[in-house]
Ligand binder design. Structure first.
Ligand code: NDP
Length: 458
């Protein structure tokens, strides 16, 4: 494609142009508020990139980057243990493959709809780019609610879901992993069905597999551990450490459990965790082994933890950010920390917020935290250790190799240090010192945009 001359643009022109693109996005994707929110946050960071690369405003590059390459929606019929038939909706949004095969988790939760899938797939695209690994971006899932379902029901649902999805997957095409409601058990059922239908033992088609059947050490731990490594890097900038820090971690699923574990390994005291029914407040520090048993073995609730732990009390759902802390890590779901929560955190002396979940802090919440000087790490940067370790799992599958826990954890720590450094340096280049939101958005965006630009009109 022959390059067209670059029109000279003022900042005002660029503001107007980005605003027009955003307005068009809202118009063409009605009701998808989380998707609008995720795009707005990125646009608010983009001026410095457009200043240096006016070509990104040509050839519709930004508009192309905002439109998923492919959006799949399909019927998932299954029968419960009483023989009653249910019909759920399955999704896979293959957002961008400029840097590698589509990559991103599957979420099973009743709140799942196309807008949530698109926000997650868009975030995933920039996050995966930020890792520096050869990964495109995607997200998938279903509005299926695994809560209260028997193991046999979950298996039948996973088999039905994969019976449609398998035709779109492949180790060089699209590689899902877990997310909310999808852990090693569900990935086992999904992988088993893929293997049956295709008659191929294609390990690299899914990540987050069990260690005994193609999974990588540290993949389960990676998102939570990685977020804590990122936090440790942030503190180290001011010659501080996690030792003795009081922390709040929302959620009690995969990301939260491993964040709590690593925080405590590094000397912090985590005094609360949660689920959608309540908050376990434990001033003595969460007993991670007890919590792990209740959540992972018994599939229980934080209320069960409080029942078994004398030092803990059960507080109302959503009240976790009202507690005192030095560090807060939202690790449950999107928009779980709003401006009122942020104000409470600031008033109670919180100095750092690190997102383990995807977009858990509202735009107003981020604004309150940043204006108060709280160090803030967006999920795009802080939780990218999960997908980065998925890329390590794909490497091991491709070479039919298996690395030790210690080696893989060291690789994860290196990756998080590199991502932290890149976010800082990019923010500085943009004149936005210490703003990890700008650093993460710009660094991720530049990598995807440059690849798309090089590949012509894709
Ligand atoms: P899990 O399903 O293992 O755990 C989710 C936790 O969050 C549960 O404690 C759940 O409580 C709580 N939760 C979920 N939805 C809500 C809600 N609407 N209101 C209140 N609490 C809620 O999921 P993960 O730990 O894997 O994922 C957590 C977050 O981290 C998500 O944002 C996910 O996208 C993100 N993430 C996950 C990665 C991974 O590797 N797993 C990678 C990168 C990001 P309850 O049981 O009551 O629903």
């Amino acid at each position: 494609m022959s390059p067209r001359p670059v029109a000279w643009k003022t900042r005002r022109d660029m503001d107007d142009e980005l605003q027009e693109i955003y307005d068009e996005l809202v118009r063409r994707n009605p009701g998808q508020e989380e998707f609008h929110q995720a795009v707005r946050e990125v646009f608010d960071s983009l001026h410095p990139v457009i200043d240096h690369h006016p070509e990104f405003l040509r050839d519709g590059l930004i508009q192309r980057l905002l439109e998923p390459e492919r959006q799949l929606m399909f019927r998932v019929p299954w029968a419960d243990d009483d023989g009653e038939v249910h019909v759920n909706r399955g999704f896979r949004v293959e957002f961008n493959s400029a840097l590698g095969p589509y990559k991103g988790g599957l979420r099973f939760h009743p709140s799942v709809d196309l807008g949530i899938m698109k926000f997650l797939a868009f975030e995933q695209t920039l996050k995966n780019a930020l890792t520096g690994m050869p990964l495109g971006g995607a997200k998938g899932g279903s509005d299926f609610d695994p809560r209260g379902r028997s193991e046999a029901e979950v298996m039948r649902f996973c088999q039905s879901y994969m019976t449609e999805l398998y035709r779109h997957l492949g180790e060089h095409t699209d590689v899902p992993a877990g997310d909310i409601g999808v852990g090693t058990r569900e990935l086992g059922f999904l992988f088993g069905q893929y293997k049956r239908i295709t008659n191929r033992y294609e390990s690299g088609v899914l990540t987050g597999k069990g260690v005994g059947w193609g999974g990588a050490h540290v993949r389960s731990e990676a998102t939570g551990y990685g977020a804590v490594f990122f936090l440790a890097e942030m503190l180290a900038v001011d010659q501080q450490s996690l030792d003795g820090r009081v922390c709040l971690v929302s959620g009690s699923g995969n990301v939260a459990l491993h964040a709590i574990d690593k925080l405590q390994q590094l000397g912090a005291r985590v005094v609360a965790c949660s689920d959608s029914d309540g908050v376990a407040h434990d001033p003595d520090g969460i007993d991670i082994e007890l919590l792990r048993r209740i959540k992972q073995v018994e599939r229980g609730r934080v209320a069960d933890y409080v029942d078994e732990r004398d030092s803990a009390t059960l507080e109302p759902a959503g009240s976790i950010w009202q507690l005192e802390c030095d560090v807060a890590m939202p690790c449950a779901t999107q928009n779980e920390l709003d401006d009122d929560d942020a104000t409470a955190l600031v008033d109670h002396g919180c100095t750092a917020v690190v997102e383990g979940a995807n977009m858990p802090t509202t735009a107003k919440g981020i604004d309150v935290l940043q204006k108060a000087g709280v160090a803030f790490a967006p999920g795009k940067a802080a939780n990218c250790g999960g997908v980065a370790t998925s890329a390590l799992e794909m490497q091991q599958n491709a070479s039919r190799d298996s690395w030790s826990f210690t080696h893989t954890e060291a690789r994860l720590a290196e990756i998080m240090a590199r991502v932290h450094q890149e976010c800082r340096e990019t923010a500085q280049e943009c004149g936005a010192n210490d703003d990890y939101v700008v650093g993460a958005n710009v660094a991720g965006f530049q990598r995807v945009a440059a690849a798309m630009h090089a590949m012509g009109l894709i």
